[in-house]
Structures are given as structure tokens and as C-alpha cells.
Write a protein that binds this ligand. Structure first.
Ligand SMILES: Nc1nc2c(ncn2[C@@H]2O[C@H](COP(=O)(O)OP(=O)(O)O)[C@@H](O)[C@H]2O)c(=O)[nH]1
Ligand SMILES: [Mg+2]
Length: 202
């Protein structure tokens, strides 16, 4: 047991980066929030922080074009990546979103943890499959977070989780959480898992 704790209420906006050249200095463990556009990334940041004012939740998908950094209690940096796979944006803009994501993952930054978000109701996309494959191959620690669980009944949730674990063939020790940023289900367990990992980063 680590005697330190992470205070998730002490979660602050840090900086917005349109280019990997402008990323903040390294030093703190880095947590990356990744997932397709509209998966619920900004909402999850707010739910973790216990506010609805920290990250901008977009009614329209595909709005976030930059990497937005937050400081988590002086103990980690949290990077909200632009969502991938939003085709209604113009081709050039879509390319730019994925370039920034690509460049981020290629720039050699040390990533301590990825929170990989997927909407529990959706069939995983090619990009989702690709992302998981990448994380496994690159050996980056990750937690899979299925979002928007309030939209399913308990029976539907159980069924969908069974389908998804079969679909991805999750390893026995995979960390998989089903959460709702709306009714806060699973958020406290997720916070504990994040703390456990981050406070043990050497
Ligand atoms: N019902 C419900 N809606 C959610 C939840 N999380 C996000 N949403 C909605 O999904 C949409 C996209 O959320 P957002 O956090 O902006 O996703 P992002 O594009 O991944 O950052 C918004 O309309 C949110 O209100 C959730 O847990 N439950
Ligand atoms: Mg967002």
C-alpha cells in the first residue's frame, strides 16, 4: 500500500497543444485518455474530477482538435487526445486529427497509462481494434473503460460485456471497467485503479 493518495478533486486545466512540438515538459507520469470521437472522454475527465466544468463536453462529435492537458493533483499529467474516426469533419481536418494522435504516440513520450474509452453500446470500430492492438504490441499499460453504461439495463449491460470480452478476447488480467459519467457508476473503482498504477510508477 502506498501511503500517498491522489486527490481527484485537485484536477486542473494545464495547456492546449495543437502540435507535438508544444507538449509540456515530461517528469510527471502521463495518463492518456483515448477513444473515438464522442466516446465520452471529456465527460469522464469531469466525472473523475467531480465537476462538470473542467473539460468541455461537446454536443457535436469531432470538435476537439487539440491535445488538452490537465494536471492531476501534481502527481500526473492527463492528456485528452482528439477523438478519431469522425467522418463528418472535412477530409483535411480528419487527417489532421489522426496525424496529431499518431504523432503523439510516435514522439517517444513516456506514457504511464492509457484510459482507452469505448461506448458500451457500439460495435468496436477498426480504429478501436487498431488502438488496442497497438497498445498490446507497444506494451503500454492500459485500462479499458466502457462508457455510458447508464444507457443500458443491467441485463443488457451483462450481455454486452460478454459480447465485448469475446470480441476482444481480453486477457485474464486485463483491466476492464464499465462506467457511467452521468450516474457516476464505476467511477470510484476506476479512480482507485488509476491511483494504484500511478502511485507505483517508478
Ligand atoms: N448518458 C450518458 N451520456 C454520456 C456519458 N458520457 C458522455 N455522454 C454524452 O456523450 C456525448 C459526448 O461526450 P464527450 O464527453 O464530449 O465525448 P468525447 O468526444 O469523447 O470527449 C455528450 O453528449 C455527452 O453528454 C455517460 O456516461 N452517460
Ligand atoms: Mg472531448
Amino acid at each position: 500500500m502506498n501511503s500517498m493518495n491522489i486527490n481527484f478533486n485537485n484536477f486542473k486545466y494545464k495547456i492546449t497543444c495543437a502540435d507535438v512540438k508544444n507538449l509540456p515538459g515530461e517528469g510527471l507520469p502521463e495518463i492518456v485518455i483515448s477513444g473515438r470521437s464522442n466516446a465520452g472522454k471529456s465527460s469522464l475527465i469531469n466525472a473523475l474530477a467531480g465537476t462538470n466544468k473542467l473539460a468541455r463536453v461537446s454536443g457535436k462529435p469531432g470538435k476537439t482538435r487539440d491535445i488538452i492537458y490537465f494536471d492531476l493533483d501534481g502527481k500526473a499529467l492527463v492528456a485528452d487526445l482528439p477523438g478519431y474516426g469522425y467522418s463528418a469533419a472535412s477530409k483535411a481536418v480528419t487527417a489532421k486529427f489522426s496525424d496529431l494522435c499518431d504523432n503523439y504516440f510516435r514522439c517517444g513520450r513516456k506514457i504511464s497509462l492509457v484510459l482507452f474509452l469505448m461506448d458500451i453500446r457500439r460495435t468496436p470500430s477498426e480504429e478501436d481494434i487498431g488502438m488496442l492492438d497497438y497498445l498490446n504490441k507497444a506494451g503500454i499499460p492500459y485500462i479499458i473503460v466502457f462508457t455510458k453504461c447508464d444507457k443500458l439495463s443491467a441485463a443488457e449491460l451483462k450481455k454486452q460485456l460478454a459480447y465485448l470480452s469475446e470480441f476482444f478476447d481480453f486477457a485474464e488480467d486485463s483491466m476492464v471497467f464499465a462506467v457511467s459519467s452521468k450516474d457516476k457508476k464505476g467511477i470510484s473503482d476506476l479512480k482507485n485503479a488509476i491511483s494504484e498504477i500511478i502511485l507505483n510508477v517508478s
